[in-house]
Write a protein that binds this ligand. Structure first.
Ligand code: DAH
Length: 335
C-alpha cells in the first residue's frame, strides 16, 4: 500500500507540473480526489483492511489527500494570476486603432472671439473686470442711484454689499479710473441676473464698448456699430437706431437689425415686427465722467453693450438659449 501511495503522489506531481490550463487542472482533480479518483477509491478500500493495516494506511492516505488539495489550490491561484497578467499585456496588432477625439471651442466662445476680432480691427483694446462687483461699480458710478427704477430690470444676486455684476458696464468705470483719456476699449465677459426662460439664463455673456476722446460724436458711434453689424450679419444687413434710455448714456439708443429669419416681413423670432433688438448704446453721460474725474468739457465718448448669446442664436438659428448651457455633446458637436 505504501508503494501505491508513493506512485499516486509521483503521478500527481508530474501531471500538476506540466499542466497550464484550468480545464486540465479540473481533470487532474477529478482523477485523484474526484468521486472515482484514485485517492477516493483507496479511501473506500480502507474499510476492507484489518484494524492494524487501517492504522498504518489511514493517516498516510489522509496526508496525501490534504497535500493534493492544497497543491491544486495553489496551482489554481497561479493559473488565475498568469491569465490576468496575460490579458493586461495582450496587444492585438490586428485591432483597429482608437482615434483620440479633439474637442473644440464652445459656440458662445467662438462667437465671442469673432466679435472681439472685429472690434480689435477697429482699434479697441480688450479689458477685463471682476465678476463680483461692489454696488458702487455696478450701479452707483453708472449713475444708477439706490432707488432708481432701472435697478428693477437688473435684479441680481446680492452677497452683503457685493453683487454678481449684472452687466459689463462697470468695467467702463474701472478702466477710466486707472487710465486717462483718450481710450478705446471693449470688455467681454460673464454677467448674472435673476432670469430664466427660453431667451434668458442666470449667467450670460456681454461685450461692453467704450470710446473716449476729443470730439467723439454720435455719428462715430453709428459708424462703429454699423461697421460691426455688417461684419457679423453681412454687408446687406439693415440697421436702425431707436431712442431709448440708460442712466449712464445721454442720448441713448437701442439698435435693431432687420430680422435675419424673415428679412423684415414678420415672424415668430422678431415678434412680427420685422426687427431684432441687438444692443444698447449712447453717448457717455457727463455724470459718469464726474465719478472718474474726466472733464466733460474736454472729453466726450460713446458706449455700447451687447449680449453674445443673442448674436450667436441669430447666427446659428437657435431658438432656446438654454441649449448653450446644457452641455449636451450632440448639440455642441454641431458647431
Ligand atoms: N449695460 C446695459 C445692459 O446690460 C447695456 C448697455 C446699454 C451698455 C447702453 C452700454 C450702453 O454701454 O451705452 O442692459
Amino acid at each position: 500500500m505504501t508503494d501505491t501511495l508513493q506512485d499516486i503522489r509521483t503521478d500527481f506531481e508530474t501531471r500538476l507540473e506540466t499542466l497550464d490550463r484550468e480545464e486540465d487542472l479540473r481533470q487532474v482533480k477529478a482523477d485523484f480526489i474526484g468521486k472515482k479518483g484514485r485517492v477516493t477509491l483507496m479511501m473506500k478500500e480502507l474499510k476492507s483492511l484489518t484494524p492494524e493495516e487501517k492504522r498504518q494506511a489511514g493517516p498516510a492516505l489522509n496526508q496525501l489527500k490534504n497535500h493534493i488539495e492544497s497543491a491544486l489550490q495553489e496551482k489554481a491561484h497561479e493559473l488565475k494570476s498568469r491569465a490576468s497578467k496575460n490579458r493586461a499585456g495582450a496587444f492585438d496588432l490586428t485591432l483597429p486603432g482608437r482615434k483620440s477625439t479633439t474637442g473644440h471651442l464652445h459656440p458662445v466662445t467662438q462667437v465671442m472671439e469673432e466679435l472681439i476680432g472685429i472690434f480689435s480691427g477697429m482699434g479697441f483694446n480688450v479689458e477685463e473686470g471682476p465678476q463680483i462687483e461692489s454696488d458702487y461699480y455696478n450701479f452707483e458710478a453708472l449713475n444708477i442711484p439706490k432707488d432708481h427704477p432701472a435697478r428693477d430690470m437688473q435684479d441680481t444676486f446680492y452677497i452683503g454689499d457685493k453683487v454678481l455684476r449684472t452687466h459689463t458696464s462697470p468695467v467702463q468705470i474701472h478702466v477710466m479710473e486707472r487710465q486717462p483719456p483718450p481710450l478705446r476699449i471693449i470688455a467681454p465677459g460673464k454677467v448674472y441676473r435673476c432670469d430664466s426662460d427660453v431667451s434668458h439664463t442666470p449667467m450670460f455673456h456681454q461685450i461692453e464698448g467704450l470710446m473716449v476722446d476729443h470730439n467723439v460724436k454720435f455719428s462715430d458711434l453709428k459708424g462703429v456699430i454699423e461697421t460691426f453689424l455688417k461684419e457679423v450679419f453681412g454687408a446687406n444687413v439693415k440697421v436702425r437706431f431707436r431712442p431709448s434710455f440708460f442712466p449712464f448714456t445721454c442720448p441713448s439708443a437701442e439698435v435693431d437689425i432687420q430680422c435675419v429669419m424673415c428679412t423684415g416681413s414678420g415672424c415668430r423670432t422678431c415678434g412680427q415686427t420685422g426687427w431684432l433688438e441687438i444692443l444698447g448704446a449712447g453717448m457717455v453721460d457727463p455724470a459718469v465722467f464726474g465719478f472718474v474725474d474726466y472733464d466733460p468739457e474736454e472729453w466726450s465718448g460713446f458706449a455700447f453693450g451687447l449680449g453674445i448669446e443673442r448674436i450667436a442664436m441669430l447666427k446659428f438659428g437657435i431658438n432656446d438659449i438654454r441649449l448653450y448651457f446644457e452641455n449636451d455633446i450632440r448639440f455642441l458637436h454641431q458647431f
